[in-house]
Design a binder for this molecule. Structure first.
Ligand code: NAD
Ligand code: DAU
Length: 332
């Protein structure tokens, strides 16, 4: 049994991780989350009370972080500003949370010698051409494109420096695009599902040919637990499930699954600096640590995600109008 401190545990992937930990281990979880617009306490509603403590607080708050880290066996750090479009509009919170927040956590785990796992993204590697046979590996050079991905790259580099200079016991994982329940309606897949549920047409940026490498959030969680368990200190592991699809394919699949004509979508203004393609080679995690994804059928995973949004309108509808107003103002 471990006492895990999970930052950002009321967000999309953090809450999926908490559900996964409670279902598959006897660890106790303390969630530290600032409940920004992206955090939703209702994502943790059905976790038994004896398995979880919730602290509303900011990872840049040194006093709060110090006390919680001192009481933990390991920290799993999900908290971040996570949306590229927001980072283009207002980068400052990305610097504060992603860079300064990670620094504050690193100083605390250094003081208390607590194991640290840092959650990061494949976007730190930049993008690939559509016809490039290459995929990202742990040795691909960093080349981030957006304010979001550059702050995540900065946070990864801080972790590496704290391992080397101070002997902090940390690992890093860089994962591809997640889908599944509890994802905010600002993100691509939930935005299109909830548009269709409301009788509105999906919105594709530009030509819709950009490729993302989709993984179910539950597979991300099992990979993180595997790294926490058996990963080597100082190492980076890429997490992916061989799920490359272009955005047009995803929208057409969603429309078909939801009983609409496959071409009932609109093209809207493209994202400035829009990364073309991400693709992950997760051989290191699979060969060295024996991890495998369970969700191998994207269409089935997407269908169960559609069902979740259909059944949980009270979870997503409070955020929908403001999110669409933000996009409408940008012609998206
Ligand atoms: P999210 O935006 O859904 O959730 C982020 C959570 O962090 C929210 O609950 C929010 O309230 C909390 N938070 C934000 N600022 C905070 C602060 N200063 N102090 C405390 N809590 C704060 O994000 P997500 O999509 O779940 O992403 C989680 C992590 O996974 C991020 O580090 C992200 O970079 C990484 N990641 C995401 C994806 C993806 O596809 N979404 C893929 C790879 C990696
Ligand atoms: O690759 C991992 C990253 O995946 C994470 O680090 C980020 O936190 C996460 O948000 C995600 O970043 P993306 O920018 O790839 O995700 P997003 O859901 O915003 O967009 C996915 C793709 O869909 C992207 O090519 C942009 C496009 N898109 C997005 C929206 C919101 C559309 O075509 N229409 C839309 O309405």
């Amino acid at each position: 049994m471990m006492r895990l401190l999970v930052t950002g545990g009321a967000g999309f992937i953090g809450s999926n991780f908490v559900h996964h930990v409670v279902a598959h281990t006897d660890h106790h979880v303390t969630v530290l989350d600032a409940l920004t617009y992206a955090g939703n306490i209702n994502s943790l509603n059905d976790i038994p009370e004896d398995r979880i403590s919730f602290v509303e607080g900011d990872i840049t708050d040194e006093a709060v972080v110090d006390e919680l880290v001192a009481a933990a066996d390991a920290v799993v750090h999900y908290a971040a500003e996570s949306h590229n479009d927001n980072s283009l509009h207002d980068p400052r919170p990305f610097l504060d949370t992603n860079v300064v927040g990670t620094f504050v956590l690193l100083e605390a785990v250094r003081r208390h010698d607590v194991r640290f796992h840092h959650i990061s993204t494949d976007e730190v590697y930049g993008d690939l051409e559509l016809d490039d046979p290459a995929r990202f590996t742990e040795s691909t050079p960093y080349n981030p494109s957006s304010p979001y991905s550059s702050t995540k790259a900065g946070s990864d580099l801080l972790v590496r420096a704290w391992v080397r200079s101070f002997g902090v016991r940390a690992t890093i994982s860089n994962c591809s695009n997640n889908y599944g329940p509890y994802q905010h309606v600002e993100k691509f897949i939930p935005r299109q599902i909830t548009n269709i549920l409301r009788g509105q047409r999906p919105r594709l940026y530009g030509a819709g040919l950009n490729v993302r490498d989709w993984i179910h959030a539950d597979d991300h969680s099992s990979a993180v637990l595997t790294i926490l368990d058996r990963g080597s200190i100082g190492e980076t592991y890429l997490i992916g499930a061989d799920g490359e699809k272009n955005n047009r394919e995803v929208v057409e699949l969603l429309l078909t699954l939801m009983g609409q004509p496959h071409d009932a979508y609109d093209h809207v203004m493209d994202r400035p600096g829009h990364d073309l393609r991400y693709a992950i080679d997760s051989s290191k995690l699979r060969v060295e640590l024996g991890w495998e994804p369970k969700f191998r059928n994207f269409e089935a995973g997407l269908a169960s995600t559609v069902d979740w949004y259909r059944d949980n309108e009270q979870w997503w509808s409070p955020a929908k109008d403001a999110t669409e107003a933000f996009y409408a103002a940008k012609g998206q």
